[in-house]
Design a protein. Structure first.
Length: 139
């Protein structure tokens, strides 16, 4: 069994946004040379997420509105975490909802998706540099 590791660096200018990283993950799968296996894609920061869904702008707007309703950024006093000097208590909650990572099967050297599936990086405390880990294992 072989393995391949790549890191993506993200710096999203908005506090909350979603970035389609599917092409980057597909590039990593090709570079790995692995034909059959698994691909892990993991947000390496506790205020960011990786998830799979449709690349449809209306859906992304809905997600942003829904997440802000579930875990609003303000008032900052809402979160005990913010008493540490941070202002990102909401971002931790949003990450918990959207998830830390995804695992996608690799079949015949390609990501084995269902219809419309794409991989997204979700940023909930943007404007600073963060990492995404891609780890591919297989033959």
């Amino acid at each position: 069994m072989k393995s391949y590791t790549k890191e993506l660096w993200m710096q999203v200018p908005a506090r909350m946004d979603f970035v389609n990283i599917t092409p980057d993950v597909e590039d990593a799968v090709r570079a790995s040379g692995i034909r059959e296996g698994l691909c892990l894609v993991n947000a390496m920061h506790i205020t960011a997420s990786v998830f799979i869904n449709d690349d449809e702008p209306g859906l992304h707007r809905d997600y942003k509105q829904w997440l802000e309703e579930l875990a609003p950024h303000e008032p900052l006093s809402r979160y005990a975490h913010n008493r540490t000097g941070e202002d990102n208590g909401d971002a931790h909650h949003k990450r918990q909802i959207m998830g830390r990572e995804v695992i996608v099967a690799i079949t015949n050297g390609k990501l084995h998706f269902g219809p419309w599936e794409q991989i997204f990086y979700g940023e909930f405390d943007g404007r600073r540099r963060k990492r995404v880990l891609i780890k591919i294992i297989g033959d």
